[in-house]
Design a protein around this ligand. Structure first.
Ligand SMILES: Cc1cc2nc3c(=O)[nH]c(=O)nc-3n(C[C@H](O)[C@H](O)[C@H](O)COP(=O)(O)OP(=O)(O)OC[C@H]3O[C@@H](n4cnc5c(N)ncnc54)[C@H](O)[C@@H]3O)c2cc1C
Length: 411
């Protein structure tokens, strides 16, 4: 073997070793990502605590978050003084509010509503931020939003509220290797605040791009706090998008872009490479952005979204996932003693029951809170999209469920 051949052989062996080495490193990184420890949010004391049913919380503080005074934060501490379970940033709390007849201008009743946790986990308190919901325009005889206005007008420091443990699957992926794009529209900023504050506290090097779409500075929640965070953290970028700035709003100072958070803006501003996208906002925003991101080539597994109501997004995928239609099947509501024919015209079993005057409990109407969970005595129910709430075996969620066979329900 000549000296040149020997040198070539050594080089080849070195290159093979290098390639194998890189493979091992990459494999290790992938394994490390897949077995990554739970987020620090889950690691502090009390992480394994949760509570079944309702727990009482006292309002420790209230804080208005915008100039228009339509968004108010409530800080909550457990009445029993026991540790607070941590939660995963992006999760929500479920509240049960009861009032006597005459209050809120109508008959006494109990209602259930969900509110996202709007801060990172803190052993001292939970925080939710609630936007006042007015009556629809041009319908003066309709009452404004019951729960949100009750919180704003009647819930004071010292009051006690009944709360279910944090839940929901719209949570930030703890893999620090993947940059994050957070998109909040209006009050949809609340879960983004939780994710952002957690990321900055626990993964300060992880790139986080926050897009906040809203009308103008009047309803710009957390303005000073967001600006301070962006100034202090080089890995964070903040893009505020106003659709209707006031005469006093200054581009570049109050907002970076005019219009809406849309795919063109994301394509122009999000750096190249893989990102996890989290979106929460009005139906119109999500119904355009989610398919647009998919069209742009973002894998569906990297697009996460949450609706604050029944107007959820249809994911642009999988025809096989759609439940088979079950037209003309009978649905029996055992407790109510009613048997009715399902003709497919209702969006859900909850709408179906209510249209026929069957009283069933409900809350978020979007598969999140579990208030409408009902035992299925016979038959099967399917969901166009997997609900956020973990449905107990042998039960279904009426608010997002549709029958795939004849049904007997306990309700
Ligand atoms: C997972 C999740 C997280 C959420 N997080 C947040 C959050 O962080 N912050 C937040 O502010 N909200 C959040 N929400 C929304 C919240 O749960 C409530 O839906 C919201 O506060 C409105 O409830 P409400 O009781 O005030 O209004 P509702 O009483 O439910 O009324 C809603 C609207 O319907 C109108 N209306 C009522 N009756 C009629 C009728 N007969 N005809 C026509 N219109 C009618 C009302 O005037 C009002 O405009 C979240 C929702 C979910 C599912």
């Amino acid at each position: 073997m000549t000296a040149v051949e020997l040198l070539a052989l050594i080089c080849a062996a070195w290159l093979i070793q290098l390639a194998l080495g890189i493979g091992v490193v990459l494999r290790r990184r992938r394994i490390a990502a897949s077995v990554a420890p739970p987020p620090a949010a889950e690691q502090h004391a009390g992480a394994d605590l949760a509570w079944p049913g309702w727990r009482e919380f006292r309002v420790a503080r209230r804080e208005l978050e915008d100039v228009a005074r339509t968004q108010c934060s409530f800080y909550l501490q457990p009445v029993d003084g026991q540790p607070l379970p941590a939660f995963r940033p992006g999760q929500f709390l479920t509240f049960s509010l009861t009032w006597a007849a005459g209050a809120a201008g109508e008959a006494g009743r109990t209602i259930t509503r969900c509110y996202s946790l709007s801060d990172r986990p803190d052993p001292a308190h939970y925080r939710v931020t609630i936007k006042r919901v007015p009556a629809p325009q041009g319908q003066p005889d309709v009452l404004p939003g019951l729960s949100s206005n009750h919180f704003h007008d009647h819930v004071r420091v010292g009051d006690v509220l009944r709360v279910k443990a944090p839940s929901g699957h719209f949570c930030i992926d703890p893999d620090a290797a993947v940059p994050v794009v957070l998109i909040g529209g209006g009050i949809g900023i609340t879960p983004m605040m939780s994710m952002l504050r957690w990321c900055i506290a626990h993964q300060p090097q992880r790139p986080v791009h926050l897009f906040y779409g809203l009308r103008n500075s009047d309803e710009h929640a957390f303005k000073a706090q967001l600006e301070a965070l962006a100034a202090a953290h080089p890995a964070m970028t903040l893009q505020v998008v106003y659709s209707r700035p006031t005469a006093a709003d200054v581009p570049g100072r109050d907002f970076q872009h005019l219009g809406h958070v849309d795919i063109d803006l994301l394509r122009k501003t999000v750096p190249h490479g893989r990102h996890q996208f989290y979106i929460c906002g009005p139906a119109a925003m999500m119904q355009t952005l989610v398919p647009a991101l998919a069209d742009w080539g973002v894998p569906l597994a990297d697009i996460h979204h949450e609706a604050f109501g029944p107007a959820s997004v249809t994911r642009p995928v999988v025809p096989a996932a759609a439940p088979p239609e079950a037209m003309g099947v009978e649905v029996r509501f055992q407790r109510s003693g009613r048997t009715l024919a399902w003709n497919g015209s209702d969006a859900s079993l909850l709408d179906f029951a209510e249209r026929h005057g069957i009283a069933v409990e409900s809350g978020c109407r979007s598969g999140g809170c579990g208030s409408c969970e009902t035992r299925v005595l016979e038959g099967t129910v399917a969901y166009p999209q997997a609900p956020d709430h973990d449905v107990a075996r042998g039960h279904c969620l009426l608010c997002v469920g549709r029958p795939t066979t004849a049904l007997v329900l306990e309700a």
